[in-house]
Design a binder for this molecule. Sequence first.
Ligand SMILES: CC(=O)N[C@H]1[C@@H](OP(=O)(O)OP(=O)(O)OC[C@H]2O[C@@H](n3ccc(=O)[nH]c3=O)[C@H](O)[C@@H]2O)O[C@H](CO)[C@@H](O)[C@@H]1O
Ligand SMILES: C=C(OP(=O)(O)O)C(=O)O
Length: 421
Amino acid sequence: MSALMITGGRTLEGTVHVHGAKNSVLPILAASILAPGVSVIENCPPLSDVTASLAILNHLGCRAVQEGERVTVDATTLTRCDVPDGLMREMRSSVIFLGAILGRLGEARLSFPGGCELGPRPIDLHLRAIRALGARVREEGGRLLCDGRLTGGELVLTRPSVGATENAMLAAVAARGTTTITNAAREPEIIDLQGFLRAMGAKVQGAGTSVVTVEGQKLLHGGTYPVMGDRIVAATYLSAAAAAGGVVEVTGADPRHFSTVTAVLSEAGCALAGDRDRVVLSRRGPLRAVRPIHTAPYPGFPTDAQPPVMAALTAARGTTLFVEHIFESRYRHVDELCRMGADIRVEGRVAAVSGVERLHGAPVRADDLRGGAALVVAALAARGESVITGLRHLDRGYSGLEEGLRGLGALVRRTEDRIVT
Ligand SMILES: CC(=O)N[C@H]1[C@@H](OP(=O)(O)OP(=O)(O)OC[C@H]2O[C@@H](n3ccc(=O)[nH]c3=O)[C@H](O)[C@@H]2O)O[C@H](CO)[C@@H](O)[C@@H]1O
Ligand SMILES: C=C(OP(=O)(O)O)C(=O)O
């Protein structure tokens, strides 16, 4: 079983560059099949979710290859409209292929997606959106059978779901006429998807606001596009620096995309400065508790940053309340943090984090992606050695994490075969 061995207690110093955003590149890879052409995606991180996306693309008949941080997708040869159940279960974003396959071929056969287990993650809004564009959707034996000629229309999402907004945009690009998506998600990743669709020749506007408008059936071609930097990876490195102390510069992501996170870390006693694609955090003295942190859709505090920021505040003076509004069950890291000496009580959606003097190292297991990031942050600040297992979750969203942390002076190594009892 592979594990991360982290000996905590060293302050972090230096610069770390974040890779491209997982939550941008996955819908962009799905979008690449909308036109029978060659797309080139730059700044594409080598993540296991990207590998899963490439496997889906190749299964569909495309030629998708990753070389370093560049992915080339030749979607000219796309022939199939089905995604096997095993690939659907690999990640949440497999469901975004629904709008894209349906848009390109008029037919799609998928099943329900996997992804982090954070409580129920239905896809009713996705299906409602594509039905509203004229698709027929049947469920048979756990498979979703979708077909129909798509026509633009007025879509109103009952909540600003990121994935449903993306699926609706992809289907709308191929639909006849104009589609408006009201109460659309406003995340920066939606703006990135719009950027790629425009690079393919699509007419899309409004991304980043609550109303996205798509004029469908424009002549599309392959596009070349650089994926934005990962704001959650940036938030994770900053949380690590806040937890361990020191001076860390994070480059490659736009600090405006995670300003709610930097605001919290600043309130906790860190000094922050930055500009368009870099931010520097320094923490010399102790951390203090902050006002309650409520996760919310963008531009609110991101649910994906809740676990690492919580880990950073486990040793702050005082008590911080976290209120998780997006997912029903996103505190699976709490029990593991408590094994490291944290004092956290959870009641429903609220977690009360009472700062302790210092965490201690322990064997812990990641049960989901950002929960794993929280354990890394905690281990860097803890006294002694931690052994973190469950790395397949971390590998879905973090590439080069050990190298990045080692470059900041952390004692981190990955063992591939250690048996952890
Ligand atoms: C690959 C990707 O981009 N994942 C991100 C995306 O996930 P994802 O796209 O799955 O998140 P959504 O915004 O769709 O989900 C938000 C909430 O809406 C609910 N919901 C969603 C769809 C639906 O059809 N019905 C429904 O009830 C979900 O259960 C959840 O409670 O946004 C989340 C919220 O910022 C992030 O945590 C994930 O990292
Ligand atoms: C929850 C996440 O990912 P996914 O939606 O792919 O499960 C995440 O990136 O934190």
